[in-house]
Design a protein around this ligand. Structure first.
Ligand code: AMP
Length: 462
C-alpha cells in the first residue's frame, strides 16, 4: 500500500470518470453561455466572515462542517463550503452592472461524514444572477437547471419548490412556528429537542421519524406569505405551468442555508438513494447583500454537485462515449529527430498522437501502442528514414479494411486529376507521389508527408 492516501472524504478522479466530469462542466458552460452567464473564478478560501455572515451562523454548514484556519498572518479564513456567498462578496467588491449573471465550476469543502455521493471535497457548478427581483429570472434560473439535466439525458427527476417569504411576512411565520415547536418539543428528535430554538426552520427539513410526525401539523409558510411574496410565487408557478414544467410544491423545503428568501427549489433524482438524491438546488437570497455589508440587492442562483450528477447518470445507464485513445502512436526505432518531427507535425495537423520514449524494442512499443487504444501505429526505423517512408500498421482490423477502401478512393482521385479532386494539395498529385501511393498497396508504406495527409483525411472521414 502507498505511504500516503488521499484524505478521508476526498477522491482522485482518474479517466474515464474525470473526463465524464469535464464533459458535465462543458455542457453546463454551454447552457450558461446560451443565457449570457459568464465565468466567475473566485478564490477557494475567503475571510471567515463571508461565510459566517453570508450563510448564517445557525446553519450546520457553518457550525459543524466548515474548514476554518488561521494563516501565517493571523487572518481567520475558511475553505469555501458553497459558492453563493463568494459570488456576492465579489459582486459587492467590484460593483459590476446588474444583472450580474455568472456561472462557476469549483470545489467546495464540507466536513461531513463521507459516504457515497457525500464528500469532504466535492465539485459544484452553479449560476447566480444578482440585481433583479423579477420572477421571470427565477423561471430562467430554474429552467436552466432542469434543461441542463435533460440535456445530459437524466430522467426520473422531481423539481420541488417552496417560497420562504421575506422580511415582511417571515417573522410572523417564525413566531407561529416557534410557539408550535415549543408546545411539541418533547416529541422532536433528540438533536432538535436541543436545537429547535436556534433554527426552527431546520426542523421542517428533518427526515427523522419523530420530527416528521411533528411537522405534519406545524403551521405552513404558504398560509403566511404577504401579498408581494404571494404574487411573486404565483407568477413563477404560472410561468412553469405555461411551459409544461412539472413541479411539486413542498412546504418543508427550507434548504440548509440561512440566506434564502422567497423562492427555494431543489431537484431530486429518484433513481438515487433518498439521502443523496438532491442533485441541485438553490433559491433567492434577497438579504444576502445586506448581511455582507452591501446595499439591499436581490439575487437568485443554484448549485449542483457534479459527483451526485455523475452518480445519477450512472444509475440511469447514461453513457458518455468510450474513452478515446490517441489516433496515432509513433513507434521510434531510431531514438532520433524523425519521430520527434513526425509527432509534432501530426499534432500540428490536429491528429492526436502519442509516442514511445526510451529506446524500447519494436515488440514492446507495439504492445504499448495496442494498450494506448491508438487506431494506427506509425513506425519509423532505419529503412524508413533512408527512403523517407513510414510504415503504417492499423491496430484495429476494422480500420484496416476501411483504410484500404479509402485509399482506393484516394488513388482513384489521384488518377482522375481532370475530375477536379480538390481535397488534396497540388503536390499530392505529383507523378512521384502517385507511384508511392501505388507502392502502399503493395508494401503498406507511404512517404511521410503523404501518410500524414491521408491519415488526417481518413480519420476525418466518418
Ligand atoms: P447545497 O449548497 O447544500 O444546496 O449543495 C448544492 C449541491 O451540491 C447539492 O444539491 C448536491 O448535489 C451537492 N452536494 C452538497 N454537499 C455535498 C457533499 N458533501 N458531497 C457531494 N455533493 C454535495
Amino acid at each position: 500500500m502507498a505511504l500516503f492516501q488521499s484524505p478521508n472524504g476526498t477522491k482522485d478522479w482518474l479517466a474515464p470518470e474525470s473526463e465524464h466530469l469535464a464533459y458535465l462542466v462543458e455542457s453546463f458552460r454551454n447552457q450558461a453561455e446560451l443565457a449570457n452567464y459568464h465565468l466567475l473564478l473566485s478564490p477557494m478560501f475567503e475571510e471567515l466572515g463571508v461565510f459566517v455572515r453570508g450563510v448564517g451562523d445557525a446553519s450546520e454548514i457553518i457550525t459543524k462542517e466548515m474548514y476554518e484556519f488561521t494563516d501565517k498572518g493571523g487572518r481567520n479564513l475558511a475553505l469555501r463550503p458553497e459558492g453563493t456567498a463568494s459570488v456576492m462578496r465579489a459582486f459587492l467588491q467590484h460593483n459590476p452592472p446588474s444583472p450580474f449573471k455568472v456561472w462557476y465550476a469549483a470545489p467546495s469543502f464540507r466536513y461531513e461524514r463521507p459516504q457515497a455521493g457525500r464528500y469532504r471535497q466535492h465539485h459544484q457548478v452553479g449560476l447566480e444572477a444578482i440585481g433583479v427581483d423579477d420572477p421571470n429570472l427565477d423561471f430562467e434560473i430554474i429552467t436552466l437547471l432542469t434543461n441542463w439535466f435533460h440535456l445530459i439525458g437524466l430522467r426520473q427527476l422531481s423539481l420541488k419548490i417552496n417560497s420562504l417569504g421575506d422580511d415582511i411576512c417571515r417573522p410572523a411565520y417564525l413566531q407561529s412556528l416557534t410557539s408550535y415547536l415549543e408546545k411539541n418539543q418533547s416529541d422532536l428528535c433528540r438533536e432538535h429537542q436541543e436545537r429547535w430554538q436556534v433554527n426552527p426552520l431546520r426542523v421542517l427539513d428533518c427526515k427523522k421519524l419523530e420530527c416528521v410526525g411533528v411537522k405534519e401539523n406545524a403551521p405552513k409558510i404558504k398560509d403566511h406569505l404577504c401579498s408581494d411574496c404571494n404574487t411573486h410565487f404565483a407568477t413563477l408557478l404560472s410561468a412553469l405551468d405555461d411551459h409544461g414544467i412539472d413541479y411539486v410544491l413542498d412546504d418543508y423545503l427550507v434548504r440548509g442555508l440561512d440566506y434564502y428568501t422567497r423562492t427555494t427549489f431543489e431537484v431530486a433524482c429518484l433513481s438515487l438513494e433518498s439521502a443523496q438524491n438532491a442533485i441541485g438546488g438553490g433559491g433567492r437570497y434577497d438579504n444576502l447583500a445586506k448581511s455582507l455589508g452591501g446595499k439591499d440587492t436581490p439575487g437568485i442562483g443554484f448549485a449542483s454537485g457534479l459527483e451526485r450528477v455523475l452518480l445519477a447518470c450512472q444509475s440511469q445507464g447514461i453513457s458518455f462515449g468510450e474513452q478515446q485513445g490517441p489516433s496515432v502512436f509513433v513507434i521510434d526505432l531510431l531514438n532520433g529527430k524523425e519521430a520527434r518531427d513526425i509527432t509534432l507535425v501530426l499534432r500540428d495537423f490536429g491528429i492526436s498522437c502519442e509516442r514511445s520514449f526510451g529506446s524500447r524494442s519494436l515488440k514492446s512499443q507495439l504492445r504499448q501502442a495496442d494498450k494506448s487504444g491508438a487506431k494506427l501505429a506509425l513506425i519509423i526505423g532505419e529503412q524508413e528514414k533512408e527512403n523517407d517512408l513510414v510504415q503504417l500498421k492499423w491496430l484495429s482490423d476494422h480500420k484496416k479494411e476501411r483504410f484500404s477502401e479509402f485509399l482506393t478512393t484516394v488513388t482513384d482521385g489521384v488518377y482522375d486529376i481532370s475530375g477536379g479532386n480538390t481535397s488534396f494539395p497540388p503536390e499530392f498529385f505529383s507523378t512521384e507521389n502517385k507511384a508511392r501511393i501505388v507502392q502502399y498497396h503493395l508494401s503498406d508504406t507511404l512517404p511521410a508527408k503523404i501518410a500524414i495527409w491521408v491519415i488526417k483525411e481518413f480519420l476525418n472521414d466518418k
